[in-house]
Write a new protein. Structure first.
Length: 255
């Protein structure tokens, strides 16, 4: 997938329109990425994935510093571009308040340990839960921002994507095996991979001797409710410590 500077929003939009996703290079420093990676690995709330893969769920309940990743201005700008709705009312349609167009769905750690298996090819929720007898929507209902807190490479099991697969409007085949045309999202620590849920993607297999650490921040439009059955809500005492602009994007998650 194309790698563009983190502040090159127009270039990133062009890459998404061509490939279906994009990598924003060096969105935070490698030093800050390393600090976040240590925080992820110290988080106590975990859930298993495929062999060698772990999810560190609801990181905001563990440390509110993760809101810095979720509120990154370039990621928010792309999320608003992909998910935002009408900004001006029409004679026959009202406009939803612009500040409420996008909400944060989840902030979870993704850790691929040495020897981990390939992930399953998929599209993020709710694409897999829709009626598969009809073409899937050609617009995203969720945007996944996957932060590379350690280097993402083929060897470390970086996210795999099929550029252009958003045009298929159907789920990928249910396999963990390589697919024709797959690419690895190779990125230095501190970069962020933008994956709308119209794009086929899967985790790679970690063949290195170090864990690959990432954080996935999911964004959704205002009209979407609960996307999965395993949502971990934000505690109210945590939400109260967030800055006002972050509270506006997470108020729907309160327990």
């Amino acid at each position: 997938m194309q790698v563009v500077p983190a502040d090159a929003i127009d270039q990133a939009i062009q890459a998404i329109e061509t490939d279906g996703g994009v990598v924003l290079g060096n969105a935070i420093s490698e030093e800050k990425a390393a600090e976040f990676a240590e925080l992820v690995l110290s988080s106590p709330q975990k859930a298993p994935g495929v062999k060698g893969y772990q999810f560190y769920v609801c990181l905001l309940n563990f440390d509110t510093r993760f809101i810095e990743l979720a509120m990154h201005p370039s990621v928010l700008a792309l999320s608003h571009h992909l998910l935002g709705g009408r900004t001006e009312p029409a004679l026959n349609a009202f406009a939803w308040p612009k500040e409420d167009h996008v909400r944060i769905g989840s902030v979870d750690g993704l850790v691929s340990h040495p020897g981990s298996e390939f992930g399953w090819w998929h599209m993020d929720s709710p694409m897999g839960q829709l009626n598969q007898n009809r073409p899937l929507p050609d617009f995203p209902i969720l945007v996944n921002a996957i932060w590379a807190l350690t280097p993402f490479s083929e060897e470390t099991g970086a996210t795999r994507v099929i550029p252009g697969s958003f045009k298929e409007r159907k789920l990928p085949p249910p396999t963990q095996d390589p697919l024709e045309g797959e690419e690895y999202c190779v990125a230095p620590a501190g970069s962020v991979v933008i994956v709308p849920n119209t794009l086929w993607h899967a985790a790679g297999a970690n063949r290195s001797d170090a864990s690959r650490v990432g954080v996935a921040v999911n964004y959704q439009p205002w009209w979407v409710g609960r996307l999965t059955m395993d949502v971990y809500p934000i505690r109210e005492d945590v939400w109260e410590r967030l800055p006002p602009e972050a509270q506006a994007l997470t108020k729907h998650q309160l327990e």
